[in-house]
Structure formats: structure tokens, C-alpha cells
Design a protein around this ligand. Structure first.
Ligand code: IPD
Ligand code: CA
Ligand code: CA
Ligand code: CA
Length: 265
């Protein structure tokens, strides 16, 4: 089916702004907080409310589209046929609960497996990043520049400090010389914001051990539109229907870190 991408884009942007306002309005109310897979894996009534809002609106306007959402109000999506919205209603729920900042709404719209539209809305900063396939990436309507090569010595990498201490899952020692070599490291606690920062050139790489498609679907479209690379830790294409470790970065940083460091994990 032919899609009207202009209409979908305008609908997505206005729904995202509306959802953002609902989240801001909720700041004065008491949150209902529950836990999911473990005591630190939080979900709130707002995560659910915002996902429901998107699912209802999309189903109303585009009944043939499918929705994959973190909180499960969309469809059971196991393939990427047709048009699929991949939605994280609040990425960075822990930040949302503890800090009321540094969280984002993240959306990717895919068609036959290709990322067509990507959105990351940093709600409290009121920064909307968006990208359209082959038309570039934008921050609040201003076109983002293509990413430039950066020597590793001048790169800022985002990674979670948990992986730098001895653990059962990865050979943490691989990260020690990498962390020594780069200019600095950061950890913002929202995959979507970290990916948006790569697209905007504020970060040069982001390495993380386990993300779901809704964490990276929007960011992948954004980063690829400015010439960046988003893969798993081996440099292979990501699956849009499974969890995966993710390594995103500007092309030179991605190439060198993958070859000299991550290949030894
Ligand atoms: C989480 C955040 C976090 C990342 C986790 C994600 P959520 O998403 O993106 O930065 O480290 O892996 O699950 O649960 O807050 O939407
Ligand atoms: Ca979550
Ligand atoms: Ca998330
Ligand atoms: Ca979430």
C-alpha cells in the first residue's frame, strides 16, 4: 500500500508534542510506580497512558499500520512487513521518576523493514529531533550537519559504568584501554537521548549491552540520516524484532572502536 509520508510525519509530530504536554502536566500528580523484570525496572501509569494514546490515535487514522510498543498496548509484532510504528512512550523511566528530566518519547516508523521516519522528543528540554529517510535529520526544524570524523583521542563515548566493573556477561577489561584513550565518557540513562546526541554530534559513540527495538528504532533513522552507523557490537545489522547489544557512532569512531576493542569482547 502507498503511504502518504507527509501526512504520517505531520500526525507523528503533533501527537508527540501533545503527549509531551500530557507528561509535563502529570508532574504535579502522584505517580503510580510498579516494577517489571526486577526492582529497578520501573514502569508508571504515564508510560502506559502515553503508549495507549499513540496506539489509539494510530489505529484510528491508519488502521492498516501495526504498532510495537514497550508496554504491550500495540500488536504482537514478529516481522516487519508493511508499516510498523515502534514506540517507546517514555525512554528513561528511571530518570522520569527520579529526576523529571532526561527522558524522551522515541518513535520509529518502518516500512517493509526500512526506517522511514524517526523521532526523539526530549520532553523537558522541548527538543524534537526528527528524520525522514533520504531527507536528513533535524533538531527543532534546523537541519543537522553530517557527522565528521573524530580521532578517538577527542571522542566522547556514552556507556554504562556497570559494564566497567567485573561481571559475568562481558569481558570488562576490553573497555579499560578504550575508556583511557577517549577524551571522556558519559551516561545519560536514556538510550533515545544518547542516540539523539550522536545524531547532533554531541556524543561520538554509544555502547550498550541490551536494548529493545523501541529503544533504538527512532534513533537509528536519525543517526543514519547524518551518516552515522548503528549496529550490534560485531558491526552487524540490528534485528528490529529482537533485543540486541547496540553500538552507535560516527563512522570513524564506529570503525576503530569496533575493530580494535569490541571485536575482543
Ligand atoms: C531504558 C533506557 C536506559 C537503557 C535501558 C532501557 P526504559 O529504557 O533507555 O538508558 O540503559 O536498557 O531499557 O525502560 O526507560 O524505556
Ligand atoms: Ca521500561
Ligand atoms: Ca526504553
Ligand atoms: Ca520505556
Amino acid at each position: 500500500m502507498e503511504e502518504n509520508w507527509l501526512e504520517i510525519d505531520e500526525f507523528a509530530k503533533s501527537s508527540i508534542k501533545e503527549a509531551g504536554q500530557e507528561i509535563i502536566d502529570s508532574f504535579d500528580e502522584v505517580l503510580k510506580i510498579q516494577t517489571k523484570s526486577n526492582v529497578n525496572d520501573l514502569v508508571t501509569n504515564m508510560d502506559k497512558q502515553i503508549e495507549k494514546l499513540f496506539v489509539e490515535k494510530i489505529k484510528d487514522l491508519f488502521p492498516h499500520h501495526r504498532v510495537m510498543g514497550e508496554e504491550g498496548f500495540g500488536d504482537q509484532v514478529t516481522d516487519m512487513e508493511g508499516t510498523v510504528w515502534i514506540i517507546d512512550p517514555i525512554d528513561g523511566t528511571m530518570n522520569f521518576v527520579h529526576q523529571q528530566r532526561n527522558f524522551a518519547i522515541s518513535i520509529g516508523v518502518y516500512h517493509e523493514g526500512k526506517g522511514m521516519l524517526g523521532y526523539i522528543y526530549d520532553v523537558v528540554s522541548d527538543d524534537l529531533y526528527h528524520a525522514k529517510k533520504d531527507e536528513g535529520a533535524y533538531l527543532n526544524g534546523e537541519k543537522l550537519s553530517p557527522l565528521k570524523d573524530v580521532p578517538l583521542e577527542e571522542a566522547i563515548l556514552s556507556l554504562n559504568a556497570t559494564w566497567l566493573v567485573p561481571n559475568k556477561k562481558v569481558n570488562h577489561e576490553v573497555f579499560v584501554p578504550l575508556v583511557h584513550r577517549v577524551r571522556g565518557t558519559r551516561s545519560y540513562g536514556s538510550a533515545a537521548i544518547e542516540l539523539a546526541y550522536i545524531a547532533a554530534g554531541r556524543l561520538d559513540g554509544y555502547i550498550t549491552m541490551r536494548l529493545a527495538p523501541w529503544d533504538f528504532a527512532g534513533g537509528k533513522v536519525l543517526i543514519e540520516e547524518v551518516g552515522g552507523v548503528v549496529t550490534d557490537l560485531n558491526g552487524s545489522e540490528l534485528s528490529m524484532v529482537n533485543h540486541s547489544p547496540v553500538f552507535a557512532g560516527n563512522p570513524s569512531v564506529h570503525r576503530e572502536v569496533q575493530k580494535k576493542y569490541l571485536s575482543k569482547l
